[in-house]
Each structure stands twice: as structure tokens, then as C-alpha cells.
Design a protein around this ligand. Sequence first.
Ligand SMILES: Nc1nc2c(c(=O)[nH]1)N[C@H]1C(S)=C(S)[C@@H](COP(=O)(O)OP(=O)(O)OC[C@H]3O[C@@H](n4cnc5c(=O)[nH]c(N)nc54)[C@H](O)[C@@H]3O)O[C@H]1N2
Ligand SMILES: Nc1nc2c(c(=O)[nH]1)N[C@H]1C(S)=C(S)[C@@H](COP(=O)(O)OP(=O)(O)OC[C@H]3O[C@@H](n4cnc5c(=O)[nH]c(N)nc54)[C@H](O)[C@@H]3O)O[C@H]1N2
Ligand SMILES: [Mo]
Length: 776
Amino acid sequence: MNRDTASPPRPDTGRKPHSAHWGVFSAAWKGGVLDVQPHPGDPDPNPLIDNFTNALDHPVRVTAPMVRRGWLERGPGPDARRGSDCYVRMEWDEVLDLLARELSRVKERHGPEAVFGGSYGWSSAGRFHHAQSQVHRFLNTALGGYVRSVNSYSAGASAVILPHILGSMDDVARRNVTWEQIVAHTDVVLAFGGMALKNSRVASGGISRHIERESMRQAAQRGCRFINISPLASDFPGDAKAEWVRAVPGTDVALMLALVHELVANGLHDEAFLNEFCDGWSVFEDYLLGRQDGQPKTPAWAAPICGVPADRIAGIARSLPGKRVLVTVAHSLQRAEHGEQPVWMGAVLAAALGQLGLPGGGYAYALGTLAHYGKRSNAVPVASLPQGVNGVKAFIPVARISDMLLHPGEPFDYNGKRMPYPHIRLAYWAGGNPFHHHQDLARLKRAFATLDTFVVHEIGWTATARHADIVLPCTMTLERDDIGGAPTDPLMVAMHRLAEPNGLARDDYDIFADLSSRLGTREAFTEGRSSREWLRHLYEKTRAALHGQGLEAPDFDQFWERGELVLPQQEDDGGILRAFRNDPAANPLPTPSGKVQISSSVVAGFGYADCPGHPAWLAPQDAPTPAHPLFLVANQPASRLHSQLDFGAHSVSQKREGREVCSLHPRDAAARGIADGDLVRLFNGRGACLAVVRLTDGMLAGVVQLATGAWYDPVDAQAEHPLCVHGNPNVLTRDAGTSSLAQGCSGQLTAVQIERYAGQARPVRAHEPPAIVERV
Ligand SMILES: Nc1nc2c(c(=O)[nH]1)N[C@H]1C(S)=C(S)[C@@H](COP(=O)(O)OP(=O)(O)OC[C@H]3O[C@@H](n4cnc5c(=O)[nH]c(N)nc54)[C@H](O)[C@@H]3O)O[C@H]1N2
Ligand SMILES: Nc1nc2c(c(=O)[nH]1)N[C@H]1C(S)=C(S)[C@@H](COP(=O)(O)OP(=O)(O)OC[C@H]3O[C@@H](n4cnc5c(=O)[nH]c(N)nc54)[C@H](O)[C@@H]3O)O[C@H]1N2
Ligand SMILES: [Mo]
């Protein structure tokens, strides 16, 4: 139950290990308070663990099964009231009967191809209770499948372009240049989008030691030069002593082209490397030198586009040859219109320098954006729940959710294919928050209004739960036992339960098991195992692999008792790029030519104007205008992971007057009569949000930065252009794919205006539950 002040304090307990995407920690109840401490081996703990201290009993937890009143009264069907209706409390048996009947109805009438189970989201670190795996396994076993989503919001564009030019995302981001190599070898890190510690402190499945800060400090001390190409100075920690190049957002490709042009024009590019290891340079060179379009991509050409003086660009270019140079491109650059281009052009820049495959050199896509990257891989597998077989072939690129719901049957392009959007009647979400992660929330609301039924499992009343028809309360990670682990972290953690479930909350697994009973598929879903038996079963894979390598292989009970297990790791061997450089004939890249594709006849053959056959500067459509003259950078929040535990102590401590804080340059503030600490309104043609302003000259003028993750709190959820009083930037962002190639999320950048908010602002209610009525 939600504890009020009258309930007796929890008794003191011993310290138990647990883990989150943002760090390994232990916790104990002390005087009725949850005392959370980082793992003693973590050199730079993440303050995000403090978000747990007040989370368990928070009033915004969902404490009982709830059904939206309009759905209960009128039955399944499209309904624009989703988002402003009230909820009716129900018993578990009753709600599971109701939901099982609805799942059967949709399956019988429309087939599993009418069910969307994409259910994108990060949920929690435990590998068994991983909500997305649970919902996929349930839909596969109970319905025979579901319409899925492919790729991620993180890396939608790069996941598709990288295999055309170098290799898989995992090979280019995860198993490539490590921090160890940077400390030992790198002379220059050219970081497009920076390497913000707030970001590299997070990894799905958990992270036991945050080494990025110390690695940068050591590299800088040896003389490594970090160059932060970003609108924000804070995209590097002081420890790196980075030089800051204030580039206009969305213009990195122009800057990279100019760097390569300066190399080529001075004969400083590595022709031998381009000849031996690369394919398609001549097509690209024609474009670079302007042989087709009459426009050489010189520093003088790029300077007015990126706002970086031509001599600075030329100076950087000339300083690179002869040095061990590493080019990195943050995920953020590709979460934007034409996001494929900077990913591709970063590889071309590294190739022109002849650096690909060298220790500490070349191209490490996304290094510094997540704790997964720049690490050694484990030599044994960690637990994961098998998801079963999906009998439905239809899928969407993950960020095309609104397009799919609003345009059933209409065609869309993706990676050289054209497919129709399926017609979805029921969407099932567990472990994600589309009203956090998706763009243009007013449009998303219209999209969800088209459904017959929307089912959500949640720990709290997120905006997504408030748009659902059936809301099932699930336990949060602290309320269950699990195994924490990631393929690039050597610590596997026995995540011990720290509290009883809040209210009537149940584990996602138990909810799905009981639904499966009603649908006659319990055995297929559970394989006869309890949660505890699953943990033992999943642990066995790791134990057997350890045993097979002749290493100490404790049994499950020993592991559980110890609380953690250090796993062996692989050599730091540089992955496929190093192997290719050492012996290109024996280890060709998995590309059509077996080499680096500087240009690609495959991509050219798709005929997409928005993604040609070589990297190119394509001016964005969603750029500042006189009405909306500022770039909005809607980046990841420092105070939480996405929207998770936005009500947590640390997240709340970073808000002002309960609202999210946005950053603005003093020059832009002065021009608008805005002072530090003012309440401001950010707006464009899609909607508006309020935030409290913080002035800083640590950012490029012409930019306003507002992180994602404040729970959406519209004054009127039905408004065509809603006003969010809390500060969720996704009311403002544009819902369009990166290009016809990848159709990735492009939510990082948009154009806005900002003004002092003169009106009486209603307080934020996002962290209070919605209206709940008793059944009449
Ligand atoms: N404008 C803009 N938008 C963006 C981005 C951006 O840069 N700009 N970034 C994008 C990126 S990279 C990402 S990855 C996405 C992230 O988007 P999401 O992954 O959807 O965001 P989270 O807040 O992590 O959502 C996880 C949800 O799962 C719930 N949850 C936690 N544990 C459990 C559990 O055990 N069971 C169940 N059923 N639920 C649980 C949490 O309460 C939370 O609501 O956002 C994207 N959106
Ligand atoms: N604390 C915390 N850490 C996180 C997350 C979180 O929610 N909270 N989310 C995690 C996830 S799921 C992911 S995918 C990664 C995301 O990693 P990223 O997508 O790289 O993270 P962002 O913070 O969105 O962006 C990084 C920086 O890029 C800069 N930037 C934005 N646009 C441009 C541009 O056009 N050009 C250049 N040069 N720079 C630009 C911004 O200043 C921004 O601060 O972060 C992970 N880490
Ligand atoms: Mo992400």
C-alpha cells in the first residue's frame, strides 16, 4: 500500500546488492529510510542512484489495476478522450478476465497482425524481469506473434547506415576502440557531439565502474587533445581539458566535409589507405571538390553554415595528419533530420586520415554516449529471457508509431523496400514510455486515439499510462529478485529484493503468466518455472560457460549469497576494423566490396533524394525561421534516465519550482527581456511548454537546451497545440523520419521561439495520480 505518515516505519535491514542502468549499488532500510550507496569499486558513482530513495512509496505509483472509464462503459473502440479520462479501480481477477477476452476478440477478428507489441523502452536493468522481453514472449506464446518495431530511438539512423558502409552497430560502436586504447595511444579525439559524462554513465543492464572521467583525465595528462564540437561546453567534463568548437547544431557534415577538403586540397589525405582499404572514393571526391555541382566543400564554404571560422576549420584539419586521431560521432547527431549523413561522413573523415583500425585511432561511432562503448566484451554470456518465435512478419522502424496508427495500409520506405503500414487495433506496452520518447505529442495522442484498446503495465502514472485503457500496476526493480548484467561489464549482480510490492502491484511475469492461463498458453509462457526457477535456469548459461573455460563456476546459491560475480573478459583486440586493417584479404568488412564504402552503389540504387549514395550536406527543413529563430537541443537529461523516476529525489532536486530547467545564452535572453530564473514559454507551430530558464555562456547563442524526461503535463490534453506546464520538449519536436533509408527518430533538434511567461502558470500535477472513481 502507499504508506502515509500513519503507517509504521519499515524495520531496519541489512545491506543488499542491487543494480540499475545507471550503476551498481546496495541499499538498506535505516530508520524507515532507504539508504542507497554506490558499489565500493565504482570510481565515479552516478548520482542517479538517489532517485531510488523516495521512489517505492511515492504517491504517483500505480497501486491497483485500473480501467479507463470511457472504455469500460462503451467497450473497445477509437476514442479521442484518451489522455483526459478518469479511471476505475478493479480487482486483478476481473481485469485479467476482461483483458484476456479482449485479446481473444482482437486475435479472432483481426489476427495477431492487428496487435502492436513493439513496446519500445528501457524498463529496468534486471535481465529476467526485462519488461520488453516479457511482453514479446507473452504475445508470441499467447497470440502467435505481434507487429514488432525494429531499431531504437537511440541509434535509428546509424543502425541502418553503418552496415552499408562498415559493419554492424555492435561492431562499430561496442567492439572497437576502448578507453584503454585512448589512454595509451590517442593524440587527438575529434568528438562530434562531445562525450558528456552524464551520458556515458548509463548502460542498459547495468554498469559497475564508471571509468570515463578518469580515462579522459589520464589521456589528457599524457597530452591527448580532446576537441568538443558541440553547441554545449558541458558536453565534456573539465577533466578532459577539451577545446570547444561552437558549431551550429545539425551542420556537422558541412564541417567534416570542409576538414576533408582541406586535407585533399593540400595533399594531406592518406591516398594509400583510401586505395587499399576503401571503395568508392572517386564518386565522393567529385562531390567534395564540386566537380558536379560547382561547389567545392571548402572551409570558406562551410564557415557560414556551421558558424565556425574558415581558418579555424583549416587549422584543425592541418593539425591532424601524422597524429593518432580518433573521430567520434555522438548518437545525438543522427537523431536528427538526415541523421545518416554525419554517421557516414565521420567514417569518411577517419578514412581520409588513414586511421581506421589503428589502436586508439580511426572511428569509434558513439563512443562516450553510453557506458557500453569503449569497453572490453565479456568472454561468457549473461542471462536473457528467450522471447520465442514471432509468426507475424510485419514491422515498423520504431519511430514510425504515429505514422502507422494514423495511416494504416499506406506505404512507407525503409532501407530499399516499400511496405504498407499494418492496421493496428490493440497496442500493448510494458517497460517503455512513448509519451516520453516520441516526438510531436499532440500527434501521438491523435494516433493512440485510433486504437480499439491500449494496454500498459507501469510502475507509475506516466502520460502513457494516462492514455491507456487498461493500466496494470507492476512491481519496480527494488521489489523483486533479478540478475543484472551487460555484455560489456565484468560484474554480474545478484539483484536482491529490497521491499514488498507497493499496493497490489505484481511482477510483469506473474501478470503475463495469469493472462496466459486464461488464454490456454500458460505452459508455453512459463515452461513450468516460477520466477526463482527462471533465475536459476538463466544463470546456468553463464555458469556452464565459466565451467567450460575451466574457471571458477559457483552455483546459483553461491552467486546469490555473494551478491556478485566477476566475469572474464576478452582481449582488447580492436574488433573487425583492426582485423581488417591487419589482413584485409582474410578479414574483409561485411560490406558489398569487403572494404570501407566511401560511397555506396547499393544506397545510391535506392534512389532516395534524402539519402544519396555518398555522404552529403543536405540542409535541414526543420531549421530556425523568423517566427521560431532558435534551435532547440532536446538532449538526454543529466538528472535521470529518460523519464524514469522523474519523481525521484535527485531528479526533483534539479528542477526549479517543480519545473524543468532550460538553458539559454545571455545574449538571447537579453534580446527578449528574460532574466535567470524566469519562467519561460518555449513554443512553435506544434505546441508549447513552460520551463525555468538558466542563463549560461557555456552554450552557443541561438540555441536553447531543454532535456527530455519531464513527465508530460498538458493543461488541456485535447488541445490541438497543447501547453505542457512541466517542460517536456517533445510537445515541440517534429515527428519525421531521419530519411527514407532508416526512418529513425529525429527528435534531438527543432526550431522554437522563447518568451517570458506572463500568465498565471498552474502547478505541475504530473507526479500526482489521475482522477480515480469507484464503480457505480
Ligand atoms: N526529443 C527527444 N526525444 C527522445 C530522445 C531525444 O534525444 N530527444 N532520446 C530518445 C532515446 S535515445 C531513447 S532511448 C528514448 C527512451 O524512451 P523510453 O525507453 O521509453 O524511456 P524510459 O523513461 O526509460 O521508459 C521506461 C518506462 O518503463 C517503466 N518501467 C521501469 N521498470 C519497469 C518494469 O519493470 N516493468 C514495466 N512494465 N515498466 C517498467 C518506467 O517507469 C518508464 O516509464 O527516448 C527518445 N526520445
Ligand atoms: N543521464 C543520462 N544518460 C543517458 C541517458 C539519459 O536519459 N540520461 N540516455 C542514454 C541513451 S538511451 C542514449 S541513446 C544516449 C544518447 O546519447 P546522445 O544522443 O549522444 O546524448 P544527448 O545528450 O542527447 O546528446 C549529446 C550532445 O550532443 C549535442 N548535440 C546535439 N545536436 C548536435 C548536433 O547537431 N551537432 C553536434 N556537434 N552536437 C549536437 C548536445 O549538446 C548534446 O548534449 O545517452 C545515454 N545516457
Ligand atoms: Mo537511447
